[in-house]
Design a protein around this ligand. Sequence first.
Ligand SMILES: [Cu+2]
Length: 359
Amino acid sequence: MKDIGLIVSILFTIFPMLFVTTTFTYIPTFGDGLFMEELSASMAGRDISLLIKMSPPVVTTETLKGGQTPLIQFRLSDTATNETLKHVTYLIEIEKNGKRLLLDTFHSHSGNLGIKMRPSSAEHITINGEQDPILAAYTGDMEHPVSATGPIFAEGGLYHFIVTIETIDFDRTFLPTDKQPVYEGWLSVGYTLDKDLQINGASYPIQTLSYYDILKNFTYDSPKNELQFAMPFDWNLDRLKKVNVFVHEEISIPNPSPLAANGYEGTVNNINLSPNLLMLDRTNSTKDVVHFMLTKPVILDLAQKVADNSKNNQNMTNEMIFTLSPSKNAVNPGSMVGPNSMNMSMNMPMNNGSGGGGM
Ligand SMILES: [Cu+2]
């Protein structure tokens, strides 16, 4: 995948806004995340951060099918000094769509815990790692990670991590249960979907990658020369205000093809998107990769309009419905970048609205 570098640069441009901060230990932090989250909690006046980070950053249903085994890093640090805290015992719960996939205790003497995800068709998850008999915890670090084999990271979507810290600084000194910091974070595995479109008797392969949920109803509207696709999405404004939401859809359009153009325009639920919300990657001369990059303020704005538009109808839609079409006038960020140039500077709206990061 040639465009991994671009995605990485985009994600690194964006990730500061994904940092979530809670000032009180026992209020969980919510988010619809990406490949890393830095979460913060306070314990007895000490601010402590938890980093949850996935390597490599681009994990998709396709790369996983190819045998990829993502490594998840957990690192606890003193927020003020960035010093890694040692002898940390992590109680880690991972769930997807409300279903628990894993609940186990892990320990890292160095403080840096690594868990290698080995997705398989096995019915249950098997953890492999050295057991600490007293802590009843699997011990590991980044060099010698614990491994989790089974139905984990086996499909695309959002994985929810709930991490409780049981020991800090000393192996055998458990924090009182009501003083144990609890962190919640999210990592996402992208869904790939490939379609062959028939346009004027010729076949054009379209590759898509969705970092939020699975895409469906993928069609080509010939009179409009427009791609249409949809994704399950809960538009409830109250919910969206509470989460750290980010929707990233990636569509590869063969160039040349009737859809290829110097610029692109798109809509979400019939609402026009500003051209700067569609990033264009031209680093591959045989295809244009269009990225829908919808940050929280954009999604809140769309959700308000969707709510207003659906007032006349009984039912609020539970889908995000996209269109994408070539445009004569639209100037998208990145569109001036020619083949083989990997440097893009992007100005993303960093204001994350209420309760989010970018602070
Ligand atoms: Cu230890």
